[in-house]
Design a binder for this molecule. Structure first.
Ligand code: AMP
Ligand code: MG
Length: 342
């Protein structure tokens, strides 16, 4: 299959690919997605094949406005509309009870479905023109860092899908925040482009699923199926170093080998001579870190590094999402620089 690169002007061509059961790379504000007609089970199954995605990791249904929720969900709590009003279009996915018209292929047999309205004018126009909800996970090969521009998606998907719509670089850079509204207390399943603090302001209490912060123990069942898989990983093993930034820099400096890669804050780029260094933004600029973290992880695969150390932001704001992506890329191989020194 030849993969065509489409531009923002090719809305009709893109919509026709979806209607015909094809696979389409779509730009969103978070990361690029791999979309198909979310009501066409065969098309949805091809997403799993193209990505090499495990069969039990469900997809998100993308819709152009909150009024479409009723078509695919039932028992929708008032909180869903409050959140949609405030944060859609935007980087928020809500897990709700699904209707029977949503194929099992999308939800992997769950009785819930993840719903999102992405904040990208081109993709919204494509979904409206297609007239169907678009099922999509991130547009990377399974296990790889998510793509934040069309060329990164092409790296992973060339020859496997019909087309990619080039809508520029993603403004947010990490995937959507996933909140489960079917739990007794709303539950954060994945930190993402919308900070947890913003959800708490609207919802009051929000529980954070344990799998966000720590690896699952053997046999433990994840609430979001995607939580159990290794994710976002470059080829070389990653170690995440938490703690105050000067300390994490010092910790990493003491461990540099001949082919070490370092993910660091901008303030520290000159401190790792002889290493492959990928900076992700200033210490306190978590928005910039979110935009750059996947590109940094992806860049090491073009080099000969055999170990990667990463300075890790704290949990406030988008830091929770950035830290989560780094920790998952590391398979939760985490050291605390403060404890290590003590
Ligand atoms: P991706 O953005 O590539 O990670 O794919 C979609 C994410 O949404 C995965 O992490 C899924 O596990 C999660 N997801 C989708 N539907 C549901 C659902 N019904 N319940 C919990 N998590 C879901
Ligand atoms: Mg993904």
């Amino acid at each position: 299959m030849k993969t065509t690169l489409l531009t923002e002007r090719d809305i009709e061509t893109a919509a026709a690919i979806l209607r015909d059961g094809g696979l389409l790379g779509i730009p969103t504000e978070t990361v690029y997605g791999l979309g198909a007609d979310g009501l066409n089970a065969d098309a949805v199954r091809r997403i799993f094949e193209a990505k090499g995605r495990p069969q039990d990791n469900p997809l998100i249904l993308h819709i152009p406005e909150a009024s479409w929720l009723e078509r695919y969900c039932r028992n929708i709590p008032a909180a869903a509309y409050t959140l949609a009003e405030k944060f859609w279009p935007g980087p928020l996915t809500m897990v709700l009870r699904r209707r029977a018209n949503v194929p099992n292929a999308v939800t992997c047999g769950l009785n819930t479905v993840g719903m999102r309205c992405p904040d990208h004018p081109v993709t919204l126009a494509i979904i409206r023109a297609a007239g169907v909800p678009v099922a999509a996970p991130s547009g990377n090969r399974s296990g790889r860092p998510s793509p934040t521009c069309a060329s990164h998606m092409l790296e992973d998907m060339d020859g496997r899908i019909d087309a990619i719509v080039d809508g520029g670089s993603c403004g947010v850079g990490v995937e959507s925040t996933i909140i489960d509204l079917t739990a007794p207390v709303p539950r954060l399943l994945r930190p993402g482009g919308l900070p947890l603090e913003a959800l708490r302001e609207v919802l009051g209490e929000v529980e954070v699923d344990r799998a966000v912060l720590a690896p699952l123990s053997a046999g433990e069942k994840p609430k979001a199926p995607g939580m159990k898989y290794r994710h976002y990983a470059p080829r070389a093993p990653v170690t995440v170093v938490t703690g105050e930034s000067r300390r994490t820099a010092r910790y990493i400096r003491r461990r540099l080998g001949e082919h070490t890669g370092v993910i660091c804050f901008d303030e520290y780029t000159s401190e790792f001579p002889g290493c492959v260094v990928e900076s992700i933004g200033s210490v306190e600029d978590r928005e910039e870190q979110a935009r750059r973290v996947f590109d940094a992880l992806r860049a090491f695969d073009e080099t000969n590094v055999d170990a990667i150390y990463a300075q890790c932001p704290g949990d406030a704001g988008l830091g929770l999402a950035v830290a989560n992506r780094l920790k998952k890329a590391a398979g939760f191989q985490i050291v605390d620089a403060g404890e290590a020194e003590a």
